[in-house]
Design a protein around this ligand. Structure first.
Ligand SMILES: Nc1ncnc2c1ncn2[C@@H]1O[C@H](COP(=O)(O)OP(=O)(O)OP(=O)(O)O)[C@@H](O)[C@H]1O
Ligand SMILES: Nc1ccn([C@@H]2O[C@H](COP(=O)(O)O)[C@@H](O)[C@H]2O)c(=O)n1
Ligand SMILES: [Mg+2]
Length: 192
């Protein structure tokens, strides 16, 4: 039996439904959902020394240095206790995230696969603009920047995992339940 944490990365454009689907997977499979974006927002609100830097990155849709994000993820994993594994939502988001993760976490985890939630940009933008969670980056200007970051920095990370045969893609421009049915099959096939 391996003592390594089981990890599934969850990637996709802003508003593709990562948080929505992770909540369902957590409920049904017992994996713990850790959203890198949520952890960064909590860190920012906790009056951390990195608060201003994080706020600027979030507003501009750019990516916070990995040392900060990876430490938040590792601390949250340690605090979670026993679980079936972790759904790491919104990470690794660029090459710096990937390099920092490989350097600090690769020997502590067993990355099972990357769940790639694909969705058309216009649907994603409309979902974010209607989300009404008071996020500082759910406005047209920030969304343009977030999508640019996704296309230029995050999609290449999905391609990297694709070349390793580690991507499971699910199209999310459909009802939440239909999307989840496909995701459920993938997790069952992976032995969760
Ligand atoms: N399949 C779906 N059909 C319609 N609306 C959806 C669907 N999935 C999610 N939504 C809604 O779209 C919005 C964005 O979803 P969610 O927060 O899960 O996306 P996300 O990928 O985590 O976004 P972000 O990257 O910005 O955090 C939410 O209001 C959610 O309720
Ligand atoms: N690995 C990450 C993840 C997120 N961010 C920053 O947070 C913003 C919101 O992320 P969501 O996943 O909640 O949409 C994102 O636009 C980044 O500014 C990050 O830096 N690194
Ligand atoms: Mg989210």
């Amino acid at each position: 039996m391996s003592n390594l944490y089981k990890v599934v990365f969850v990637l996709g454009p802003p508003g593709s439904g990562k948080g929505t689907q992770c909540a369902l997977i957590q409920k049904n499979f017992g994996l713990v959902h850790l959203s890198a974006g949520d952890l960064l927002r909590e860190e920012q609100e906790s009056k951390s020394q990195y608060g201003q830097l994080i706020a600027e990155h979030i507003r501009n849709g750019t990516i916070v240095p990995v040392a900060i994000t990876c430490a938040l993820l590792e601390n949250a994993m340690k605090a979670s206790g026993d679980c079936a594994g972790f759904l790491i939502d919104g990470f690794p988001r660029n090459q710096d995230n990937l390099d920092g993760w490989q350097k600090n976490m690769a020997d502590k985890v067993d990355v099972k696969f990357t769940l790639y939630l694909s969705c058309k940009v216009d649907v994603c933008v409309s979902r974010c603009l209607n989300r009404k969670q008071g996020r500082a980056d759910d406005n047209e200007e920030s969304l343009r920047k977030r999508i640019h970051t996704y296309n230029t920095q995050t999609y290449p990370i999905i391609e990297y995992y694709e070349k390793l045969g580690l991507v499971r893609e699910v199209a999310t421009c459909r009802d939440t339940d239909e999307v989840y049915t496909d995701i459920e099959k993938i997790f069952k096939e992976a032995g969760f």
